[in-house]
Write a protein that binds this ligand. Structure first.
Ligand SMILES: C[S@@+](CC[C@H](N)C(=O)[O-])C[C@H]1O[C@@H](n2cnc3c(N)ncnc32)[C@H](O)[C@@H]1O
Length: 282
């Protein structure tokens, strides 16, 4: 099992008694879900990725803890509907640990720019993948220069995004851009190697509609949270964090704590992590 970045902070804000009910919108390898269930809470755990759900089901967990966990394969943008179906309305807390697990990053999906040979898929949700959703390679092959520029600017804050978009459009008329290595090379030649992560971030956000999922997920969370209930949300880059902050303000949620990743953490994604804790005080 994986130990999530802010596990101790998340648990410190959980009011544990036998009737406490939490929704973990991002089950992953179950680090949060298991810890919450071990505290005696009832947990509704959601993940959009079939493999993550199946791996979790196969984990060795005591029967006592397992009985407190309800697992659903689904997208957290539908959290309100999922909560209604499983009688989890009026719950005490809702958790989002955004991004991907280590297992997903290593999969043949092109999520990580380190795996040059992988195809540019990047679809997280299994149902979307099976339904033939747009892959990152499709975005790179089909979007026009203005659309590509908007994706890189808005979702990746990539400097000189229009120059990159123009290079992609020129390059793809000669050779298709199909793999991580193909795309990384164009970015490296046009803007330099250090901009590769932002370009991959932008494409993943676009392919999975990540920011609109977060907004819809938070909207749904507010619907099924009891008064004074809390939302705990962990994000890993500034584009996500900005959306969360703006949305919380718009909905009148009260910020009760914020933690940022410590500089001592080895992995860069852990250093840029932010946990926001928001209360529904209305
Ligand atoms: C960083 S991992 C969560 C790790 C987890 N907290 C743990 O302790 O193992 C994020 C998980 O969220 C899932 N995910 C991402 N977007 C989702 C969405 N829109 N709906 C549901 N699950 C999603 C991913 O499949 C992944 O398993």
């Amino acid at each position: 099992m994986h130990t999530p970045v802010f596990l101790d902070k998340v648990l410190a804000h959980v009011d544990s008694n036998r009737d406490t009910r939490y929704i973990d919108c991002t089950l992953g390898q179950g680090g949060h879900t298991i810890a919450l269930a071990k505290m005696g809470l009832h947990v509704l755990a959601i993940d959009a990725d079939h493999e993550q759900v199946e791996l979790f089901r196969r984990q060795r967990i005591s029967e006592k803890v397992r009985r407190r966990i309800t697992i659903v394969e689904g997208n957290f943008r539908d959290v309100a509907q999922i909560a209604h179906t499983h009688h989890f309305e009026n719950c005490d807390g809702i958790l989002f640990d955004l991004g991907l697990s280590m297992i997903q990053l290593e999969r043949e999906e092109g999520f990580s720019y380190r795996h040059q040979h992988q195809p540019l898929n990047m679809i997280i949700e299994t149902v979307a993948k099976q339904g033939g959703a747009t892959r990152a390679a499709d975005v790179v092959a089909q979007y026009d220069s203005a659309e590509l520029t908007a994706v890189f600017e808005k979702w990746g804050e990539v400097p000189d995004a229009s120059r990159l978009a123009h290079s992609i459009v020129t390059k793809r008329t000669k050779d298709p851009i199909l793999t991580v290595g193909d795309l990384a090379r164009v970015v490296q030649e046009t803007l330099g190697e250090r901009h590769i992560p932002k370009v991959f971030q932008a494409l993943r956000i676009e392919v999975n509609s990540e920011l609109s999922n977060i907004q819809r997920g938070l909207e749904g969370a507010c619907e099924v949270l009891k008064p004074n209930g809390i939302i705990q949300i962990i994000s890993f880059h500034s584009v996500e964090d900005r959306v969360i902050k703006m949305w919380a303000k718009h909905k009148g949620l009260t910020p009760i704590a914020k933690y940022v990743g410590s500089r001592e953490k080895r992995a860069s994604f852990e250093r840029s992590a932010v946990l926001r804790i928001l209360q529904k005080t209305l």
